[in-house]
Design a binder for this molecule. Structure first.
Ligand code: ZN
Length: 361
């Protein structure tokens, strides 16, 4: 791994106190199935944010049988079982309870959570590995070949969770071959794609009997890493970008946020919800929509307060990332990484809030 760093050099790694236990949001023990509507709002208000307080700066260190039943397009609009019943039984993924009667959240173990922004060309693909070796893949870029090569390079032989932030090709095409790694759960925004790529993805996931789940502000435990699956705010029009699924990761005092290709209408909707789980600072943040001009805004970034911004971008004809977006990131004082220049960008986060960053080139 290259120690090469971006030109800008701001202090980054911070030590912070661990969040208190037992403040996790209550997630319903079961969810209705077969409904198109999402039970999205209920848990948001109680969302437990990391109580990260700025502290002293720390030194920076370097196939089963195919299912019959609903067709692919039927599946898209369905809210199939929440993760609760099926996966709690599997032992790796448990829902969080809150309140006196609730089970406390598991304390983060030692070790690090690894977040890799994979260099897959234009598009998003983020690989997360918990200290226990559990894996989640958020989007897959637009090239199955490139994503497969990256997963091989990093030794990924099994996926526990796959998330498609939305159904555009630069996010899901790479997920088609990745489905062979048998993710137990697949989470998306509930809006079906209209492309053959989407149909192929659904079939590939059905072949490995993945459980389809709609994003609903649920918290998923990937080992000792908490993943808040951020549903689109209410009232979004029927548009893929505007229904991008967000992911807020928390490992002790270390936090990361990524929200697909959200446009300002969606981020403004989240801001209106005044969600503590989306309020910064975040040590790691993925630039929205590859640095498009309709993605990040000054108001949203003031809420997120990123320490590091990663732009997942490759050769493209859209002008990504735009000068306006780059200017916004500079104004936050964050370090800025780009997968087109730095290759795969990797963060190793520790429960005390410190972390290290590495780039492929
Ligand atoms: Zn995109």
């Amino acid at each position: 791994m290259s120690p090469k760093k971006p030109a800008r050099d701001t202090p980054t790694a911070r030590k912070a106190s661990a969040p208190p236990r037992g403040d996790s949001p209550r997630v319903p023990a079961s969810r209705p199935s077969g409904k198109a509507a999402s039970p999205r709002a209920g848990t948001a208000a109680k969302a437990g944010a990391a109580r990260a307080t700025s502290g002293r700066a720390a030194p920076r260190r370097g196939g089963g049988p195919r299912r019959s039943g609903p067709s692919a397009s039927d599946l898209l609009g369905l809210l199939i079982l929440g993760v609760t019943g099926t996966l709690a039984a599997c032992g790796w993924m448990k829902q969080q309870d809150a309140g006196p009667a609730g089970r406390p959240a598991p304390a983060p173990s030692g070790g690090t959570v690894t977040i890799r922004f994979l260099d897959v060309g234009q598009g998003d693909a983020v690989l997360i590995r918990s200290p226990e070796g559990k894996t989640a893949l958020v989007d897959g870029g637009r090239s199955g070949e490139r994503l497969s090569a990256q997963l091989k390079k990093y030794g990924v032989t099994r996926l526990d969770l796959m998330i498609a932030t939305h159904a555009d090709a630069d996010h899901i095409a790479g997920l088609v071959p990745a489905a062979a790694l048998k993710p137990r759960v697949f989470i998306n925004n509930g809006l079906g794609g209209t492309t053959q790529t989407w149909e192929r993805l659904v079939k590939a996931l059905q072949n490995v009997e993945a459980t389809f789940t709609k994003a609903g502000n649920q918290t998923v435990n990937l080992g000792s890493v908490k993943l808040r699956i951020v549903a689109a705010p209410p009232g979004m029009p029927d548009d893929q970008n505007l229904n991008s699924v967000g992911l807020a990761l928390q490992f002790g005092a270390f936090r990361a946020l990524m929200t697909g290709d959200s446009e300002t209408q969606e981020t403004e909707g989240w801001l209106a919800q005044e969600r503590p789980d989306l309020r910064g600072p975040f040590q790691v943040y993925k630039s929205i929509h590859h640095g498009a001009s309709n993605g990040d805004s000054a108001g949203w970034l003031a809420n997120v307060r990123p320490e590091n911004v990663v732009i997942s971008v490759g050769q493209n004809s859209y002008g990504h990332p735009t000068a306006a977006a780059l200017r916004l990131y500079r104004q936050t004082g964050a370090r800025v990484y780009r997968t087109d220049r730095h290759g795969t960008v990797t963060f190793e986060g520790r429960a005390d809030g410190t972390y290290s960053a590495d780039t492929e080139r």
